[in-house]
Write a protein that binds this ligand. Structure first.
Ligand code: NOJ
Length: 763
């Protein structure tokens, strides 16, 4: 190394080691000091080094996608040392990230730190409820807090970046990834998206316990045909703008510094090369200053989609469209340099992409101290702490939705009642950890059995029977899961235990690896021998409480008719069993509401409350020429926003400040909610509107506001909402977001189908 070069590097280091000013989370403001540093660095970089910053590889010891062909460990190490790898995913732990970072820093010419990313979707090691479950809390602040904990644990383990939040609006329970998002509503989804970004990134991205968020999958992945993963999407600009993009926009506004492409095409153009999405909307209209990472090999898959002839073509299309980093695609590094030399790609595009990647690295403070997240001590003390588990327990119980409670079978008594607990899932310590489980310790969740044992005064009042085996030969990446449909061992014993009990708690649902990426299903009924077990138990005991553990809406038609109490407990994370027991025994009065519609059968899908009227709506009479099914109703079995409590609430006095408002004015809405039952409880008070006539068709209902309130038995409260012109705006026929004059219906109630109704006019 020449003396001059050494001096440059030392100077460079001195320059980079000044602590950057605390970065603003705003996507519209740039920090001039950081921008100057990026310009200095860019001016020193060769084209190879620039390409390197846009290149991301997985570690070879953990894969979250199909294994790359022909990539060797040695090749990977050589490229890191040459500064050809700007980022890695799936390297975790303070020690591993330190060692990998050292390779780049001690060998590469410019010593640019790598950024380490990982799928921290619902916790790092302290596992929180799956995101769909957490959305059932209708408490975005809870999601902020759980994401905060996930960020603290991840940062302590050397990570800088999570591939979350997943903000895809999803309407089809066949899709395995419904578990990963916040359900079917763009408004609820937007609040959760923003809350999670704030939780991961905190107020200061340069702090050593905050990590960069990555908003995914941009865009429309939740609209794949038939819910079959990776399938085709063909949607209008109207649906894109009004339904799909709002949570992405909310996340960008909350300051998210990275976005991830979706695997799917939209109307013939894969998202990875969708200039309209990436350049016009994200980086243009929204002023997004961060970078876009491809999904796993989504640039390479352009060849398979049939829009690129070879990897060079794919690299060109992707960089031009605005994809900045190539995750596991092996397309950028071999091709970008040639593309620039051949003038097929303008150098300014590469510089812009590199600038974006470097900006996030500066914002994270990695140039100050590339090892700041690699602290073995912190890793030992900050992960899986009692405080974190306490938040996980709070999140677990708040995510539970009480679907049915006939005859007030629940809550159960902690003594003096003989309880039969039945079902393999009841004793399972692994399934509750969920599908995207990051570094969760296998079988580390509190099972339902344990949770109930902890809660009960006399453990002898609880008798457990496992019932039949649910899944034989289960393994995370060894799909399909084999459901046992032949071995009935255990049913007779379970029936015997049920017959002799005062009440039966029956755990049913899904294995956690029935949902998640690549886990689409055409059938959403209970699998294996679960339905048979359910019917056998119901035949001998009328007092059955079903506790559901699942990651998608299921077809619960038989159960809803025949079982008095149903508790939707999803996959609730580390504290699952304690959280469920809190609800079963009434230590916590459930207040969760569904963030997705539960269909009556799979044939209704996609099903969502905010559908359009059609020209021939079914008014309940099943008129042959109305939009209906001849063999099932149009309605959900359990609608969006639905959930019961151990108390009851009455709504009255719905009032508006005015029945006519002008543009720019606000309408104040008030309603009185009274707790009419015998115990204290919480209610999510929901406000919906319908814009009766628009320049384009409008949904029959749209959630616009909600508030979660607490009321003592007999207590009442006036709940106030305020609607602005902006709340009434939509993407209309003139391709603008604006409110259109006309009449609106407005409802306030406990879910998307019930409630008090009024109307107003926007002049
Ligand atoms: C593919 C998934 O679609 C994406 O969500 C995930 O972040 C990447 N794999 C990395 O694991």
């Amino acid at each position: 190394m020449t003396r001059k070069l050494l001096l440059l590097i030392v100077l460079g280091y001195a320059l980079f080691s000044c602590k950057p000013e605390s970065v603003s989370n705003s996507n519209s403001q740039l920090n001039p000091e950081i921008e100057t540093k990026i310009s200095d660095l860019l001016s020193q970089m060769t084209l190879d080094e620039k390409m390197g910053q846009l290149n991301q590889y997985t570690s070879q010891w953990e894969m979250t996608g199909p294994a790359p062909q022909g990539a060797s460990q040695q090749h990977l190490l050589d490229q890191i040392k040459s500064g050809l790898v700007g980022s890695m995913l799936n390297v975790t732990g303070a020690e591993a990230t330190r060692k990998t970072q050292t390779l780049a820093l001690e060998n590469s010419r410019l010593k640019i730190p790598m950024i380490f990313g990982y799928d921290v979707i619902h916790g790092y090691q302290t596992m929180f409820p799956i995101p769909l479950a957490e959305a059932s809390s209708w408490e975005p602040e809870l999601a902020r807090r759980s994401s905060r904990v996930a960020a603290i644990e991840s940062a302590a383990a050397g990570l800088h970046w999570t591939f979350a939040p997943m903000v895809d609006v999803s309407r089809d329970a066949r899709w395995g990834r419904v578990m990963e998002g916040s359900g079917e509503d763009p408004y609820l989804g937007s609040l959760f998206a923003a809350a999670r970004v704030k939780g991961f990134q905190g107020d200061d991205l340069s702090a050593n316990n905050t990590i960069a968020a990555c908003v995914k999958h941009f865009a429309a992945y939740g609209f794949i045909e038939a819910g079959r993963d990776y399938n085709t999407v063909d949607i209008s600009e109207n649906t894109l703008r009004n339904v799909i993009l709002p949570p992405f926009k909310a996340a960008a506004d909350a300051g998210a510094v990275t976005f991830m492409n979706a695997f799917n095409e939209i109307g013939g153009t894969p998202s990875t090369i969708n200039t309209h999405l990436l350049r016009d909307i994200l980086k243009g209209e929204w002023g997004f200053n961060g970078f876009v990472v491809s999904d796993w090999n989504s640039i390479g898959e352009l060849l398979i989609h049939g829009v690129a002839a070879d990897t060079k073509d794919a690299a060109k299309l992707a960089i031009k469209a605005g994809s900045d980093m190539d995750m596991e695609g092996y397309c950028f590094v071999p091709n970008l340099k040639t593309l620039v030399e051949e003038k097929a790609v303008d150098l300014s595009l590469i510089d812009d992409a590199v600038r974006r990647v470097l900006r996030v690295k500066f914002q994270l403070g990695l140039f100050d101290d590339p090892y700041k997240y690699c602290d073995e001590n912190k890793e030992k003390t900050l992960i899986l702490t009692p405080e974190n588990l306490q938040i996980a327990r709070e999140a677990a119980r708040k995510s539970i939705v009480l679907l049915k409670n006939e005859g007030r079978l629940l809550p159960l008594r902690k003594e003096g009642q003989k309880i039969a607990l039945i079902g393999e899932l009841a004793a399972d310590k692994d399934v509750p950890l969920g599908s995207w489980r990051a570094k969760a310790i296998t079988s580390s969740a509190i099972s339902l059995l344990e949770g109930m044992q902890h809660a009960m005064a006399s453990p002898t009042d609880l008798i457990f029977a496992k019932g039949p085996v649910f899944i034989s030969g289960q393994s995370k990446f060894n799909l399909p899961l084999e459901f046992n449909t032949t071995d009935r061992t255990g049913i007779a014993e379970a029936v015997k235990v049920a017959r002799n009990a005062d009440v039966v708690v029956l755990a049913l649902g899904e294995n956690c690896f029935q949902t998640g990426e690549g886990r689409s299903q055409t059938d959403i009924k209970l699998k294996g021998l679960q339905q048979e077990l359910l019917e056998a138990i119901c035949a001998v005991n009328k007092n059955v409480v079903v506790v559901l553990m699942n990651g998608r809406p299921l077809d619960l038609s038989w159960m809803a008719e025949n079982v008095p109490s149903i508790v939707e407990a999803w996959h609730l994370g580390s504290e699952s069993g304690n959280g469920i027991a809190d609800v079963l025994f009434g230590d916590y009065n459930p207040a969760g509401k569904l963030p997705v519609s539960f269909p009556r059968n799979v044939g209704q899908l996609p099903l969502y409350y905010n559908h359009k009227s059609t020209g021939r709506p079914n008014n309940g009479d099943n008129n042959v020429f109305s939009s209906h099914f001849t063999d099932a109703s149009n309605d959900a079995l359990f609608p969006f926003g639905y959930g019961l409590s151990y108390t009851t609430f009455a709504y009255s006095d719905l009032k508006l400040s005015s029945s006519e408002i002008s543009k720019g004015e606000k309408v104040q809405v008030s309603v009185t909610v009274k707790n009419t039952g015998l115990v204290a409880g919480q209610e999510v008070v929901q406000l919906y509107i319908r814009d009766l006539v628009g320049s384009t068709t409008r949904p029959v209902k749209e959630l616009k506001a909600f508030e979660k309130i607490s009321l003592e038995a007999g207590g009442s409260q006036v709940v106030n909402f305020e609607l602005t012109e902006n709340d009434l705006a939509f993407w209309g026929a003139d391709n603008q977001f604006r409110a259109e004059s006309g009449d609106f219906n407005l409802w306030v109630g406990p879910n998307s189908v019930e409630g008090l109704k009024t109307s107003f006019k926007l002049k």
